[in-house]
Design a binder for this molecule. Structure first.
Ligand code: SF4
Length: 371
């Protein structure tokens, strides 16, 4: 291991000599469109909080977007910039986290190639989301090498930064397992290069869509962080409520009401308590409650919309943030590849080759024996 690489294990650019480096967190998002409240409560909000305690690396997974959208790539770069603006407006701070674009760190592709050599096909075929996604996206031809291999690329993304933690909700722990398996397989062949990434369990409340299913762009039931006040009002009016409450005079049941889940996420405890009481007592009607919730959501997302507008007023500066972040990411990525190549004896530096050559000569001399 070079002295340069050794030093970086205990010291990052943000730390002083002798100060211990914080543990590394890594996560990414596919830039396939505007972020919605489900993305915010399911990921972004936690990511912003983790910046306080960890050395965070967050990336825009544009290569992952290609696994399903390879036939039409015209929107990928613009979406990447769009989602970057969403991420920063949502609380990620480029001064504290490394925010980068996956394809701007081409080292990911080399590690992906190395890991793909040692990943058994059977492991990929049994990933639960593989068959699920093929079924869900049956309008797309996903019988590609890239789609089958996306867990290997995901593993390369994580191991590239020798990340200790990947923030996940409880239902996603299984998704990380294949990366841990590939990591163990590499380390067992070549030596302990990569720490085994651990799931960092973060609270991820279930965010329902307007219709009660999981909020998702593909279901068309999402409230985007960028929706205008009018769009939010319109969407709130479409929200499913307690299906048994047909008239205002019927007592309602907030515990089964889809709309009330949003009160739990964004309303003050006082408002929640009031709506709960007045709904059960048939005092407040659903239309009135929809108007109330719409206003709360408009106020809640207003700072986000403002910050995003400021960022997009100057797209060149936003792009510079990504270029700078990707440059920082490449420094760590290059260190990792140096370690991986050395462990695999694929190191073509003069000193490494000389060492390998000398040990071969010594072995040959040993096998021939004294004359
Ligand atoms: S008043 Fe509100 S909480 Fe009660 S059923 Fe209607 S929308 Fe749901």
């Amino acid at each position: 291991m070079s002295s340069e690489v050794q030093r970086s294990e205990t010291q990052s650019s943000a730390t002083q000599p002798g100060e211990k480096r914080r543990q590394i967190v890594l996560s990414g998002i596919r830039p396939t469109g505007r972020l919605h409240l489900g993305n915010y409560f399911g990921a972004l909000k936690n990511w912003a909080e983790l910046q306080e305690r960890y050395d965070c690396h967050y990336f825009l997974a544009d290569w992952h977007a290609l696994t399903t959208d390879y036939a039409d790539t015209s929107e990928v770069a613009a979406n990447t910039l769009d989602v970057a603006a969403d991420m920063i407006a949502g609380g990620l701070d480029p001064a504290r986290s490394v925010i980068f674009v996956q394809s701007m760190v081409p080292e990911h592709s080399e590690l992906f190639l190395i890991l793909s050599m040692l990943t058994p096909l059977g492991w990929l075929e049994r990933v639960p989301t593989y068959k699920d996604q093929i079924k869900q996206l049956e309008n797309k031809d996903l019988s590609t090498f890239g789609f089958l291999g996306y867990p290997v690329l995901q593993t390369a993304d994580i191991l590239m930064y020798r990340a200790h933690f990947v923030p996940v909700g409880e239902d996603q722990v299984a998704h990380l397992e294949i990366s841990r398996e590939i990591c163990r397989r590499f380390n067992s062949f070549y030596g302990e290069v990569f720490p085994e990434p651990q799931p960092l369990l973060t609270p991820t409340p279930k965010v329902p869509g307007l219709d009660g299913r999981k909020m998702s762009k593909s279901y068309g039931n999402a409230i985007n962080l960028t929706d205008t006040p009018d769009e939010i009002r319109k969407k709130c009016m479409q929200m499913f409520t307690d299906p048994q409450r047909l008239r205002k005079s019927d007592p309602g049941r907030p515990e089964v009401c889809n709309l009330f889940r949003f009160h739990e996420l964004v309303s003050t405890p006082e408002l929640r308590e009031r709506v709960d009481r007045e709904c059960r007592g048939a005092v407040i009607g659903c239309v009135e409650d929809k108007r109330l919730l719409a206003q709360v959501l408009i106020d809640y997302t207003e700072p986000f919309r403002r910050r995003r507008e400021e960022l997009l007023r100057d797209p060149d500066t936003l792009r510079d943030v990504l270029v700078e972040g990707s440059k920082k990411a490449r420094e760590r990525a290059a260190e990792t590849l140096e370690l991986a190549r050395a462990a695999m004896k694929l190191d073509y530096s003069q000193s490494a080759l000389r060492r390998q050559w000398q040990s071969r000569v010594a072995a040959l001399a040993g096998s021939v024996g004294p004359a």
